[in-house]
Design a protein around this ligand. Structure first.
Ligand SMILES: Nc1nc2c(ncn2[C@@H]2O[C@H](COP(=O)(O)OP(=O)(O)OP(=O)(O)O)[C@@H](O)[C@H]2O)c(=O)[nH]1
Ligand SMILES: [Mg+2]
Length: 206
């Protein structure tokens, strides 16, 4: 596989936003990581960027409650969105997160692509399906990471991949297996990010 266009190790935390007004100006290009709480969003971000603690991962679902922005250069950003669908937080907290998530997805003009993370053992839950339909209807390109592939045997993981591929065939979306702990699918994930960022010609000019 070719060397990535963007150096994903060259990244720094920019800010955490509790509302859209706290985000950086809506220019350049962002790729956002979305998925159910505990799906492995923060771990995937850390693995892709080869940082241990860039995004905080946690055994406690619901840890990432804000929109966390990471800058790759002055035009390209990766975004760790709050996890959705975790039942054990209070209704008010849940409603606040979902409203923040939804407004980001609907209003952010610089959003170039969505990476949807689903635990490969429990893919396509209702909220995941909503996200797939939403991205399709809004013409936001979608790439799915089936995370924690190390938890399944090769054959079972492959079957899970094929099943999801079948389910999403009618949408303009792609899917791959991924493991943050074993490094499975890192190059394919970076290559997808590169494609989206390249469309906006936002490579580092230094
Ligand atoms: N075995 C295995 N565990 C993983 C992998 N990715 C994440 N985990 C574990 O799954 C749990 C949740 O991971 P996070 O990355 O914090 O998940 P998240 O989607 O960011 O969760 P929220 O921030 O709560 O939305 C942690 O205990 C991780 O160590 C993986 O590839 N393999
Ligand atoms: Mg997280």
């Amino acid at each position: 596989m070719n060397k990535p266009l963007i150096d994903y190790t060259h990244i720094h935390f920019s800010l955490s936003a509790a509302s859209l007004s706290q985000l950086p100006p809506d220019r350049g290009a962002e790729v956002a990581f979305v998925g159910r709480s505990n799906a492995g969003k923060s771990s995937a971000l850390n693995a892709i960027t080869t940082h241990k603690q860039l995004a905080r991962s946690s055994k406690t679902p619901g840890r990432t409650q804000l929109i966390n922005i990471f800058c790759l250069n002055d035009a390209c950003r990766l975004v760790d969105l709050p996890g959705y669908g975790y039942a054990k937080v209070s209704r008010q907290v849940k409603t606040d997160w979902e409203a923040l998530l939804q407004s980001y997805l609907l209003e952010r003009q610089c959003l170039r692509g969505l990476v949807l993370l689903m635990d490969c053992r429990h893919p396509l839950k209702e909220t995941d399906n909503q996200m797939i339909i939403w991205s399709h209807q809004s013409n936001v390109p979608l790439h799915i990471l089936l995370t924690k592939a190390d938890k399944l045997s090769f054959g079972t993981a492959k079957s899970a991949l094929l099943a999801v591929q079948r389910e999403i065939a009618r949408y303009n979306a792609s899917v791959q297996l991924f493991s943050a702990t074993h490094g499975t699918g890192l190059e394919a994930a970076r290559s997808q990010l590169d494609q989206w960022f390249a469309q906006k010609q936002c490579q580092h000019k230094d």
